[in-house]
Design a protein around this ligand. Structure first.
Ligand SMILES: Cc1cc2nc3c(=O)[nH]c(=O)nc-3n(C[C@H](O)[C@H](O)[C@H](O)COP(=O)(O)O)c2cc1C
Length: 424
């Protein structure tokens, strides 16, 4: 074909390196996926292969109970049993010592298992307000830094006061600290509000509208935004201001060639997640991973059911959609604001009042995100999920073959020209 570069002359991701301080890394970062979807095993593979992996501190006590057989959740549930039928959840507080201990266990054991030249970061969402936003966020951050995490990615929120919470920590200047933004304005606000700490973020993840999880755009407006345009705007402004902060695009980067496109345009690395949802090391149960493989483009939607107020992308078949389970804030309660309030509680009691005596109710506008994320019943995913079936083979029983994280990572790292290597 005239004008087309021969494939051997094309660049691949491995022709680039991410420089973070004195370190040189493969410029592939696996994004944080709560609740324990981006497991320690997945993050450790990214680090072993020379890139960056994320664990997440979402619902940290649940994660600790699963990994280390601690009993944080049942202890909290017991403590607040008396409040089960109460609409007012303001008494349901997190024990800060427990939150610190759960974070320490998760982070420390992960870091002790780390091999290779890469890094492991933790994804820390501000929207997990836990009925005491500042105190709980500080404890989570301090505990992760104490336990030796390589870096923290500040997510799901503007984080205008977050640097201030940890500026006295001995690792404040040596740990890698980054933030996820979806607009130049959000980055500018963060930098302005953090200026007092006299420390720039070590990297900025620019997450566009095709990402999985929560989106930093309005429900009726996300489709009007384009990752490439936002990245160009951010890069242009940073260069104009002579600010040397690595920019890491995320959302819809499905092939090595997609990544190379961003790297050639000045990005320092890429953050990817959806392709790893079908890796063996990913925390999603195998039957849910098959749902991700099977999904058609039309099976994915962006909806407003998250009580956080952020739009969220998920499979339409997610059991979380329309479920009317009783809120279980005594056990979880990660989305309770500083007044003990969560939008799902309102929606649930409204439906209960509308259907007195009903055995089962359905709540369509909001979901109990804690319970459903904990149970892997909220199948959040990126916009490219429908392409996952093209990244593997169909087995004799009709199911799709799971991939190893190494296979997916290396495919991003070495593939050229938009090709995707199938597993052996
Ligand atoms: C299953 C899933 C769960 C996610 N959970 C989180 C999360 O807890 N926190 C967060 O900041 N981003 C979350 N994300 C976003 C990813 O970290 C990442 O930035 C984004 O999905 C990259 O786009 P891609 O999935 O198209 O590669 C999640 C993404 C997926 C697919």
């Amino acid at each position: 074909m005239a004008g087309r570069e021969p494939i051997e002359d094309m660049k691949c991701v491995d022709d680039f390196r991410l420089r973070l301080g004195r370190r040189e890394l493969v410029p592939i970062m696996i994004g944080g996926m709560g609740v324990d979807i981006s497991t320690a095993e997945l993050a450790l593979e990214a680090a072993r292969l020379g890139g960056i992996g994320h664990i997440s501190d979402a619902m940290i006590k649940t994660v600790s109970d699963r990994r280390f057989d601690t009993k944080f959740v049942s202890a909290k549930q017991k403590r607040y049993k008396h409040n089960v039928a109460n609409v007012d959840m303001s008494v349901v507080k997190f024990d800060l010592g427990d939150a610190a201990e759960a974070t320490r266990l998760h982070v420390q054991s992960t870091m002790e298992a780390k091999r290779g030249d890469g890094l492991v970061f933790i994804n820390c969402m501000e929207k997990l307000t836990m009925n005491a936003p500042r105190e709980t966020l500080r404890v989570r951050l301090v505990s992760a830094l104490d336990a030796g995490i390589d870096g923290v990615t500040l997510a799901a929120g503007l984080h205008l006061g977050t640097f201030g919470l940890i500026e006295d920590h001995p690792r404040f200047r040596d740990a890698k600290l980054g933030i996820i933004v979806s607009s130049l304005r959000a980055l500018q606000l963060f930098l302005r509000k953090s200026a007092r700490s006299r420390r720039l973020p070590d990297y900025v993840v620019v997450e566009g509208p095709l990402a999985g999880g929560h989106l930093g755009f309005a429900l009726d407006d996300w489709m009007n935004h384009d990752l490439r345009a936002i990245v160009a705007e951010v890069l242009g402004w940073l260069s104009q201001e002579k600010l040397d902060i690595p920019v890491i695009p995320a959302g819809g980067i499905f092939t090595g060639a997609d990544a190379v496109g961003f790297l050639e345009d000045g990005a320092a690395a890429v953050q990817v997640a959806t392709r790893f949802t079908v890796a063996k090391e990913c925390g999603l149960p195998a039957n849910v991973q098959q749902e991700y493989f099977k999904a058609a483009e039309d099976d994915i939607e962006v909806n407003g059911i998250s009580p956080t107020g952020f739009p969220m992308r998920m499979l339409k078949a997610s059991p979380a959609i329309g479920s009317g389970i009783r809120p279980n804030c005594e056990a979880y309660g990660y989305l309770l604001d500083s007044n003990g309030h969560c939008a799902y509680i309102d929606a649930y009691y409204r439906e209960l009042a509308r259907h007195p005596g009903a055995k089962k109710i359905s709540v369509r506008d909001k979901t109990c995100l804690c319970t459903h994320m904990r149970n892997f019943d909220c199948w959040t995913c990126g916009a490219t999920t429908w392409r996952l079936k093209d990244t593997t083979r169909r087995l004799e029983d009709g199911s799709y073959q799971l991939l190893s994280a190494e296979h997916v990572f290396r495919d991003y790292q070495f593939s050229k020209g938009g090709t995707i290597a199938l597993p052996d």
